[in-house]
Design a protein around this ligand. Structure first.
Ligand code: B12
Ligand code: SF4
Length: 519
């Protein structure tokens, strides 16, 4: 039976799918917010997510996930299945939808950052019936209720649908103006993750909508999508955030807190006030991310006094042209260096975010990024490979230039999705491999790091099991792991999942281009 009647209310069972493993440092709040609103209106929700093992092996053994997923579908018997996707895991969304439709005629809706920027592609190239563009809480509610009442589902704001092979589109509804009106994310769906100790850093979000224009990010796309639909940057009240923190702290075992806001210090006055409340009432260590032009010594001191341990700051590119003209970061080297030194002076650990392989990147500009990090000496450097995400201006540049863009079906650790003439995929992968060694090793060790980079650049793909290739990869791996151990011992860092991967062997992260593509 798809729907039940309870306390006079008609309930629909909704199975939400998160096609990844819940990470210990950041949880998928979007899907938990959707659940909270549906539950508030009486619907019954279950979450299907992957175990760490299933996530690692997904590409090799999807049938294992298929079986456990279909078991849940048969037992729970939902009226609709909602799949939360980023652009990177659309292929997983396609599989889940296929598994459902192979066995049942349950309706499927896709939602999340991926479907928001690529609705046409994701709806037409999957077996889903509906797709939610943008904020999903109330759109999902309207869809579920329309299905339940068997009323028209084709005119719901944000919801696109498919009928006879045609895609029926709808505009987005105004943004939720007062974020305080949305119930707290439904963390009951991931209670097991708290109980089994997987969640190291519990995620919260205190604002939505970043006002900046970075060319590689989806925010400028959202700004256009929501033009005329309300204030884009919205901030929750301090009272509500503190109330949520207290509630979560009282229910689950919370060790540390992550604020998933794009720019946590977007409103400097509010953040100072927030810090004083947090220090008095919450007293849990936390981390956040911000921009170098939205901080000051005073803010860093306040963050530190409130219990902040780490701040993540976007450095992104050392070369001024790359940073400001291509990536549109709108900030100077001086701003970045000052922010990092102020944060360190306040006693905070700093991690920088860096992108390599953005449009027009060359070896020289990669070195500019290494040098700026060497100057700044943050405690950690996250160095990811550029992804030409649909909806971003940076992807438009790549398309205009006629460069080859590959289907994005993995994260940006070791996978290259853009081929441009100024730097080859192999070179990029090799730079990413040793990037932090260049930042942290003394210069006299550079010849060894260059050698390791060369070995990695020319290493055969992992599938190549010939002895020589294996030896080459092993030397590169052992060398890099050894130097990282000596110069990059930051095991208590929040992005420990990435570090765990490093310990396992960097090969696990790499998607090698074929040998013909070497630079
Ligand atoms: C926390 C986070 C993560 C977490 C959790 C991911 C998640 N699904 O939430 C982790 C660590 C796993 C993660 C990983 C990555 N991330 Co991330 N991440 C974020 C971050 C900072 C916050 C997400 C969040 O909580 N947002 C707040 C909630 C309220 O918004 P939301 O998630 O979009 O959800 C709303 C709607 O999308 C919708 N919705 C969401 N799910 C569903 C489901 C249904 C059924 C419906 C109807 C609606 C719906 O309703 C929600 C409520 O309004 C965002 C930036 C941001 N501000 O969103 C980036 C972001 C989502 N990440 C991004 C990227 C690129 C990545 C990585 C690829 C990076 C990498 N490592 O390579 C990986 C992906 C790894 C992989 N294997 O696929 C991009 C995605 C762009 C895109 N086009 O897909 C973002 C938008 C950052 C950016 N500015 O570019 N990330
Ligand atoms: S500051 Fe960060 S979240 Fe904001 S537009 Fe730039 S990259 Fe996106």
């Amino acid at each position: 039976m798809l729907t039940e009647r309870r306390k006079g209310k008609s309930l629909m069972k909704v199975l939400l799918v998160y096609p990844l493993h819940i990470r210990s440092f950041e949880q998928p709040l979007g899907v938990l917010y959707v659940s909270a609103v549906l539950k508030q209106h009486g619907h019954e929700i279950k979450l299907f997510k992957l175990s760490e093992q299933e996530d690692w092996n997904f590409e090799k053994e999807p049938s294992v996930v298929e079986k456990s997923f279909l078991d849940v579908v048969h037992h729970f018997n939902p009226g609709i299945i909602g799949i939360s996707l980023l652009s990177t895991n659309f292929h997983r969304g396609q599989l889940f939808a296929e598994w459902v439709k192979k066995n049942t005629d349950i309706k499927i809706v896709l939602g999340g950052a991926g479907p928001t920027v690529e609705p046409e592609k994701m709806l037409s190239q999957s077996k889903a019936d509906f797709l939610c563009v943008g904020e999903g809480e109330y759109a999902a509610l309207d869809l579920v209720q329309a299905l339940e009442e068997r009323s028209d589902t084709t005119r719901i704001a944000n919801i696109w649908s498919k009928r006879n092979g045609q895609i029926l589109k709808n505009e987005v509804r105004p943004l939720v103006e007062d974020l305080d009106t949305i119930p707290f994310p439904d963390r009951e769906l991931i209670r097991d993750e708290f109980e089994n100790g997987n969640i190291e850093w519990t995620s919260f979000i205190s604002s939505r909508g970043c006002p900046y224009q970075c060319s590689y990010c989806h925010n400028p796309y959202l700004q256009k999508l929501y033009r005329g639909k309300g204030r884009f940057t919205r901030i929750r009240s301090i009272e509500k955030i503190i109330e949520e923190l207290k509630e979560v702290k009282s229910i689950y075992s919370v060790k540390r807190v992550t604020f998933s806001d794009d720019t946590f210090t977007i409103d400097p006055k509010r953040i100072l006030e927030f810090c004083s409340f947090y220090a008095g009432e919450i007293t849990l260590p936390f981390q956040c991310q911000t921009r170098a032009n939205h901080v000051s010594k005073e803010i860093f001191r306040a963050l530190k006094d409130a219990g902040c341990q780490e701040v993540h700051i976007g450095l992104e590119a050392g070369n001024d042209r790359q940073r400001n003209k291509v990536l549109k970061r709108d900030m100077s080297r001086e701003q970045i260096l000052t922010a990092i030194s102020d944060a360190k002076e306040a006693g905070l650990k700093v991690a920088t975010f860096n992108i390599i392989g953005a449009p027009y990147e060359t070896e020289e500009t990669v070195w500019d990024t290494i040098h700026l990090n060497r100057l700044a000496q943050p405690e950690a450097v996250y160095h990811t490979i550029f992804m030409p995400l649909t909806g971003s201006e940076a992807k438009d540049i790549c398309v205009k230039e006629g460069w080859t863009i590959r289907e994005i079906n993995a994260g940006y650790y070791g996978a290259v999705f853009l081929e441009q003439p100024s730097i080859s995929p192999r070179k990029l992968i090799a730079y990413q491999y040793v990037f932090d060694l260049y930042v942290y090793c003394p210069r006299w060790l550079y010849p060894i790091v260059h050698l390791l980079r060369f070995l990695w650049k020319t290493a055969p793909p992992t599938e190549d099991r010939r002895l020589l290739g294996r030896i080459q990869r092993t030397i590169a791996n052992q060398g890099v792991n050894y130097l990282k151990k000596v110069f990059y011992l930051r095991s208590d860092w929040s992005y420990s999942d990435a570090c765990k991967g490093r310990k396992k062997g960097i090969n696990d992260f790499l998607h090698f281009p074929t040998s013909g593509e070497r630079g």
